[in-house]
Design a protein around this ligand. Structure first.
Ligand SMILES: [Zn+2]
Length: 508
């Protein structure tokens, strides 16, 4: 197997840039290695390879000046006996770890260190973890543990805190292409760079998968054109395009065709969810994580992201993620995906075509009289505010919003989601659309800021009081719970009818 044959034997052979290799070489150079490491990363990202090189380096007699093993001394030879690899997936019980603890006491056969690599460490039972913890708390001087896992979240904090943790990133497409080029050269495989790129793209960041695919292609068992990665993504881009045009019928037909063509709908939907997640990153302006996306695909994604706000993309991701979970238990395989389509098209259609349902700008603003009469206002605190002019407040409200940012960003964001609807007893009455906005705006700290801004602008001591508007945008559930609080989210969660409020352009 190429993966075994070309497995890096030295840190310097690991694909660069690689922060972990760099850090470990520095530790080795300065003899500052520790007794327990935890390597976290998805499969094929080089955890075991790095662990083996580290184990070798710990005993190597002639480390290079960079901290790389020499590759020649007795400890660098393959099959070093002071390295023990344990697969926690098949040795996950307390007895296995007890046995390990007993063995740990034994001195290394030849070298200074005995290294234990525990692969898939998250598979250990909790009793086994406890037993391991005892060893990690007082490791013998000659022992080094390297725990590897694909699921860092499943490793108990107590274990993590005893280890130096390294996170292994997925390789980028160009890193994988470079590596495949090297191997092709050594194996004398004639293959175009475009084909290598396709292989790299479909390996989604794992060297092992990429090298296995290269081997299958070179041995004639696999056709490059059959590679899923890129083709499937094109398919998803097209599908999302249909969704965004809200053509429910066409989207359902599309999915049924995918199904009829013999594609495994579960895998297809899983890839779709991945794509939507990437799209969510683009919508939020995050590019990190989009590793295997071509430039052309990225610009298509940007195009689609431009048509979505954060509320829409969340609905999309949630709808199809639910479909994914439901497919396996569904009597009609494609039904959950169809439901997701209808859910998405339905929800966003209402928002788009039916702004009335969210209130129509300002015309309703002074129907608040009844509510206000229930509020008790004291004018004592704002003696000068009695003469405030409502029209002037409305006219200069945008100024208020602008100036607020000098004091506090989130106060500005809160103000953008309000509008003045009246004045009473020295205070401006602000209409707010979410209970949690009201709460936050009325907190002593934020209220003080707003009052300071009002004083700056109107040269008058003016108070505020918030009233809850009874009309809310449909997608308000997340905002109300207070999960989404930053400026962008507040702004993008508005329905079209609310936009003029956020711009500060108040109705006449
Ligand atoms: Zn050596």
């Amino acid at each position: 197997m190429f993966y075994t044959k070309y497995r890096p034997q030295k840190f310097s052979e690991i694909s660069k840039p690689n922060d972990t290799a760099f850090a470990l070489m520095n530790q080795l150079k300065s003899e500052k290695t520790v007794h327990a490491y935890l390597f976290i990363g998805s499969r094929g990202t080089g955890k075991t390879t790095t662990a083996r090189i580290l184990a070798k380096s710990l005993n190597c007699k002639n480390l290079t000046k960079d901290g790389d093993p020499c590759g020649k001394c007795e400890f660098c030879e393959p099959g070093a006996i002071d390295l023990i690899e344990i697969d926690a997936a098949s040795n996950r019980g307390i007895d296995d770890i007890r046995e390990l603890r007993e063995r740990v006491g034994l001195m290394p056969a030849r070298g200074e260190f005995k290294t234990y690599i525990i692969d898939e460490v998250h598979m250990l039972t909790s009793e086994a973890f406890n037993a391991l913890l005892k060893t990690l708390e007082e490791p013998p001087k000659h022992v080094v543990f390297i725990l590897c896992t694909t699921e860092g979240a499943k490793v108990p904090e107590t274990i993590k805190s005893r280890c130096q943790v390294f996170k292994f990133k997925r390789a980028t497409v160009s890193q994988i292409v470079e590596r495949l080029k090297e191997i092709s050269k050594k194996e004398k495989i004639k293959i175009e760079e475009g084909a290598l790129r396709k292989i790299a793209e479909s390996a989604s960041g794992g060297f092992r998968d990429a090298e296995t695919l290269l081997q299958q292609v070179s041995e004639g068992g696999l056709d490059v054109e059959s590679f899923v990665g890129s083709t499937v993504r094109k398919n998803h881009i097209k599908f999302v395009g249909i969704l965004l045009s809200r053509d429910c019928k066409k989207a359902i037909e599309f999915v049924n065709k995918v199904f009829d063509d013999g594609t495994d709908l579960y895998t297809w939907t899983a890839e779709l969810v991945k794509y939507l997640r990437d799209l969510m990153f683009v919508v939020s302006g995050v590019r990190e994580g989009l590793l295997d996306v071509t430039q052309e695909e990225f610009s298509q994604m940007e195009d689609q992201a431009g048509k979505l706000n954060s509320a829409d993309i969340v609905i999309l991701v949630e709808a199809f993620n639910k479909a994914l979970n439901d497919i396996k238990g569904s009597f009609i395989t494609q039904l959950p995906v169809e439901i997701a389509i209808v859910t998405y098209c339905g929800e966003t259609e209402n928002e788009q075509n039916n702004p009335e349902s969210f209130g129509s700008g300002g015309s309703s603003s002074l129907q608040r009289g009844e509510k206000l009469s229930n509020e008790k206002y004291s004018s004592a605190k704002y003696p000068n505010g009695k003469n405030i002019n409502f029209d002037e407040i409305v006219e200069r409200w945008q100024e208020v919003v602008k100036v607020a940012v000098q004091y506090n960003h989130s106060v500005q964001a809160l103000l953008k989601a309000t509008r003045p609807v009246g004045v009473k007893d020295g205070r401006v009455i602000l209409e707010v659309f979410y209970a949690f906005h009201k709460e936050r705006l009325e907190s002593p700290k934020n209220r003080e800021i707003v009052e300071k801004v009002l004083e700056d602008i109107f040269e008058n001591s003016i108070g505020i009081v918030c009233v809850l508007g009874d009309i809310k945008p449909k997608t308000s559930s997340k905002v109300e719970t207070g999960e989404l609080t930053d400026y962008n989210v507040i702004a993008t969660n508005t329905s079209p009818a609310d936009i003029d409020i956020f711009d500060g352009n108040l109705p006449a």
